[in-house]
Ligand binder design. Sequence first.
Ligand SMILES: *Cc1c(COP(=O)(O)O)cnc(C)c1O
Length: 468
Amino acid sequence: MNRLPNSASALACTAHALNLIEKQTLSHEEMKALNREVIDYFQQHVNPGFLEYRKSVTAGGDYGAVEWQAGGLNTLVDTQGQEFLDCLGGFGIFNVGHRNPTVVSAVQNQLAKQPLHSQELLDPLRAMLAKTLATLTPGKLKYSFFCNSGTESVEAALKLAKAYQAPRGRYTFVAATGAFHGKSLGALSATAKAAFRKPFMPLLPGFRHVPYGDIEAMRELFTECRKTGDDIAGVILEPIQGEGGVILPPPGYLPAVRQLCDEFGALLIFDEVQTGMGRTGKMFACEHENVHPDILCLAKALGGGVMPIGATVATAEVFSVLFDNPFLHTTTFGGNPLACAAALATIHVLLEENLPQQAEQKGNMLLDGFRQLALEFPELVVEARGQGMLMAIEFTNNEIGYQFASEMFRQHVLVAGTLNNAKTIRIEPPLTLTIEQCEQVLSAARKAMESLCVARSKAATAEENESL
Ligand SMILES: *Cc1c(COP(=O)(O)O)cnc(C)c1O
């Protein structure tokens, strides 16, 4: 008889996992066994590097925690039943909180009806979401392409801009240093961090980076590129850099970029994957300065923390390059009914509960608190900055940043660094955070800084004693 050892073992794995998914709670033994298994499988089959990373940001060389479920709207719970206040917001995906009931219910209703589309008939929720985004987004943005991530939304934006500009003889793209646009080969060409790019060189030709916030540098590049025939096809920018460490451009920068693009016939792409959906105190961050892009990239919070979805929204003029052949750029799962249901419900909640405005108010309260701490602990903190609920505390070095995150973790508040800037810790909670929870975050941050100071002065004394 044929033995099928692989299929038998894989079947045991799936049975075990399905059993786990069904469980609402774990006994102490089950919890311990699960934690051991998870660590083992990360080591053997996911990537041991993640375990090293968890150790580095967790007190006492521990791995930290294995997560189990969403807690309340603004918390998550690990397998040991410890509840964490989420001030990381999944890098900005939980704008409407965890398991927001309106979003969950829309997705459940759609799941019962039809989770994925036929690919052949006209799917109604895609139509509804595209119409909603055309209404919601600023300026002349009108047509939407749907995909499954921020990276894919950037990829689509770049391809749209290329297709639009190729007949016009413009091939060069401008991005900013510190930028993060994703890690596929196209998006990575716009992303600016050397460590992420170096192993994959050469990337797409024609990408240039200029210092973020420096309009003169950008104007010079435009001018020089025109001289050499490398005319600019498009500029891609985050209205506030997220992974770069929450960097706000100087006032007037974004309008000046818009003007420059118009002058040279270049397209302006705003990557609002992280800043969009109310995060910064407006529905879209570009609305702070009333600057309208030709192409807008959305993802992260668009799916309400329930489904992955990305969108690339463009003006009719730009998007029309896809009219003749709508199959020119497609993806199977993009704009599927579950994802569209989640996005529609998310936008509904953001609007109905005025969450962008709440983000502004609570963000101001938190930022005032962090700025006060920056004044009180100048040996630890360089500055606190942000807009709305997209905030960062920049520490004097990477080590202090890690220690702060680890102290916060001990107090059950989840924060983390940014991908392009390790000494900067981001504070990016759900916009649904309550005032009491804001106060809790501030008092945890104060305690964390106090204990970092104590640890530092102890270390200094020990060093002195040694040198005596
Ligand atoms: C996170 C992020 C991306 C990439 O999105 P993924 O969903 O991780 O692919 C792109 N741009 C910005 C500004 C981001 O913050």
